[in-house]
Write a protein that binds this ligand. Structure first.
Ligand code: NAP
Length: 267
């Protein structure tokens, strides 16, 4: 089995990265940054997002695991003091795979014949630097509402504890293949009306955002990446066909992670 270790880049994470690499090499495992079977991310959930994006092109062949050097992470759920135990598990055991859904997004732009396709592990958002975002929301091809406000967030179940939660969205168990749309400060008055509540769509549904003015530029975030897009005519969101694969060596139920992150850490 080939492995890769990625680090947040701080002293503590780099040190743990070196220890993991040395232990795994001592167990005769091969190291490969280009085609690893297992990626071990050392840092926090942010570091984990970077690591996953680096291997989006080979999700079927790669499993992920996270060691957290900050506070408890959702994706990074192994403690630094458990590293020896983890390494022995990796070297000696066949790991179990747990799959979570991802978000797929296609962006169409004026004068571009083909859309660009992106994947997100947490969420994608659409905002503007100046002024309100004004766009029509369609679900399965039917007009749903005209949104006017700061922006919209479309998240995965595992991303529902991140930005989505801060926007008042629901926490969704990642066993559910779904996407969630949450509003950022929508304008609601006699002229403009939005639903006002988060919407949860099943995997066979399609949501589309169609900016009213095709000449405006938008700030689009995809997990930790922020990019400016101009001449956007339409953005389509679905649950991706691809899924992320986590290497699981012990049970750590999602609801326990929610409890330990947001209520109190029982470990
Ligand atoms: P960041 O602004 O440096 O960190 C955002 C925070 O979100 C970090 O504390 C991170 O944990 C945590 N986080 C990431 N994924 C999570 C998840 N699935 N569940 C619970 N917490 C999670 O940005 P970043 O490190 O580059 O991460 C990008 C993410 O930040 C985005 O995907 C978005 O979800 C989130 N974000 C949240 C808000 C908000 O809550 N108002 C605003 C903007 C962006 P670690 O400390 O372990 O890395």
């Amino acid at each position: 089995m080939k492995f890769a270790v990625t680090s947040k880049g701080d002293h503590k994470s780099n040190k743990i990265k070196s220890i993991i690499e040395q232990y795994l090499l001592d167990f005769d495992l091969k190291q490969s940054m280009t085609d690893p079977d297992l990626v071990i991310s050392v840092g926090g959930d942010g570091t984990f997002l970077h690591a996953v994006h680096n291997y989006f092109h080979r999700l079927k062949e790669t499993a992920f695991i996270g060691v957290h050097t900050g506070h408890l992470g959702f994706y990074a759920d192994w403690l630094p003091e458990e590293v020896e135990k983890l390494v022995i598990e990796i070297a000696k055991k066949q790991f179990e795979i747990v799959e979570y859904p991802l978000l797929a997004m296609r962006i169409w732009r004026k004068d571009e014949p083909q859309p660009d396709r992106y994947l997100a592990l947490n969420e994608a958002t659409i905002k503007k630097i100046e002024g309100s975002v004004v766009l029509d929301v369609a679900i399965n091809g039917d007009e749903f509402e005209r949104f006017r406000g700061d922006g919209l967030c479309v998240s995965t179940p595992s991303g529902s504890t991140a930005y989505n939660k801060a926007l008042g969205g629901a926490i969704i168990h990642p066993a559910l293949s779904a996407l969630q749309i949450t509003e950022m400060s929508s304008i609601n008055n006699r002229v403009y009306r939005t639903i006002g509540s988060p919407l949860i769509l099943p995997s066979h549904h399609v949501c589309e955002f169609k900016p009213v003015d095709h000449n405006q530029s938008f700030i689009i975030t995809i997990d930790h990446i922020t990019q400016s897009f101009d001449k956007v005519t339409s953005i389509e969101y679905t649950v991706a066909d691809e899924r992320i694969r986590f290497a699981r060596f012990r049970p750590f139920p999602f609801w326990k992670r929610v409890h330990d992150s947001f209520i109190s850490d029982s470990r």
